[in-house]
Design a protein around this ligand. Structure first.
Ligand code: SF4
Length: 354
């Protein structure tokens, strides 16, 4: 496969396993070649994530402190007021984020909550930020409403392989998840979908997760690869650590399989050394969450992230497409205004008998 080959959706498990089995340096070299063919190698997209409704979730995801099935001492919060969300979005933008992600611990949103959520999307978008939401399963009508409100991305993770999935979640199925992803795509939104590593899955499960993600056509624009954060009170609090090198391999393989997607170094970054994070960027990760909190678990302080960016010579990715669209809109508005002024001047000239 050349660095610029068209994205594929038919990766076999044998091919994926072979990528994982490459000598580490060869894997990183290949991933880096593909990365450079599609992206500015030193640009990292920066998102900020806010929990807009916290805890008491009816789902039983074994890694999640927000599940109502486990006692994690988490402080529950109702759906936040719109003003509070907008205030946080403004702060995120000032800190350098280009996308604002909002997450609610729901199985799926109720239609009455959706009215408030739609308004959040409109107001956050009006600040000039890209918007992303993760609200659980959505049906076609809900997805259309979110898309009409201007939602850019919808996040819904596959979490793990189809085979291992039942060990982690029993309250909804893998096909429920795939259906939500298809619904989101049909509504015209961009897809953010990835998984969590270090939940006790084996190497074959990691390959199968990436295979499922790459089967989505088009590939998800955003692929978060999370390292499990072991939260006391959840069934996975004592899960065995995943070797960071295996984690980096998964990032490299994701980069090769989904060359045009942003691969996000996501939850678990706080527990990672700077060297592991640097390797993740070298393997092709080009997106992070930035800010103090990742939903309800910690995330390195924005200042530490900025210092790491400086150390590695990285810079936040600019919203090129959106900015060029925005500046085009500004230019058109200016042209229209100029035309109105010219017409008015002509009218005055006629009135004045010039
Ligand atoms: S991951 Fe999401 S759906 Fe699962 S328990 Fe947590 S908040 Fe609920």
């Amino acid at each position: 496969m050349t660095a610029t080959a068209a994205p594929r959706h038919d990766w076999t498990l044998d091919e994926i396993n072979a990528l994982f089995a490459l000598p580490f340096n060869d894997l990183l070299f290949k991933a880096q070649q593909i990365h450079r063919a599609h992206f500015d190698a030193n640009a990292v997209q920066v998102s900020t994530l806010l929990s807009i409704k916290t805890g008491a979730c009816p789902e039983d995801c074994k890694y999640c402190p927000q599940s109502g099935h486990y006692n994690t001492q988490l402080e529950k919060e109702k759906l936040l007021e719109i003003e509070k969300v907008v205030e946080q979005a403004r702060a995120a933008k000032a800190a350098g984020a280009s996308r604002f992600c909002m997450g609610a611990a729901w199985r799926s949103p109720r239609d009455k909550d959706l009215v408030q959520v739609e308004e959040m999307v409109r107001q956050v978008k009006a600040l000039g930020l890209e918007t992303c939401m993760t609200l659980g399963m959505v049906d076609g009508a809900q997805a259309s409403r979110l898309a009409s409100a201007g939602l850019d991305y919808y996040n819904h993770n596959l979490d793990t392989s189809p085979d291992y999935y039942g060990e982690i979640i029993t309250t909804r199925t893998y096909s429920d998840r795939l259906e939500t992803l298809a619904t989101v795509r049909e509504a015209g939104m961009k897809v953010c979908s990835g998984g969590i590593l270090g939940m006790g899955e084996d190497a074959q499960d990691r390959s199968a997760l990436l295979q499922q993600l790459a089967r989505l056509s088009p590939h998800p624009e955003s692929v978060p690869i999370n390292m499990l954060v072991k939260v006391p009170g959840t069934p996975l609090e004592n899960a065995e650590d995943l070797d960071p090198i295996e984690f980096i391999r998964a990032i490299g393989v994701a980069r090769i399989m989904m060359p045009q997607s942003h691969v996000r170094l996501s939850a678990g970054r706080e527990q990672m050394s700077e060297s592991t994070q640097a390797l993740a960027f070298l393997a092709g990760a080009n997106s992070i969450f930035y800010g103090d909190k990742l939903l309800t678990t910690g995330n390195p302080q924005a200042d530490r992230d900025r210092a790491l960016f400086t150390k590695l010579g990285l810079h936040p990715e600019q919203r090129e497409t959106c900015e060029s669209t925005d500046s085009q809109a500004t230019r058109l508005a200016q042209q229209a205004q100029q035309q109105r002024l010219n017409e008015r001047a002509a009218e005055l000239a006629v009135d004045a008998g010039v």
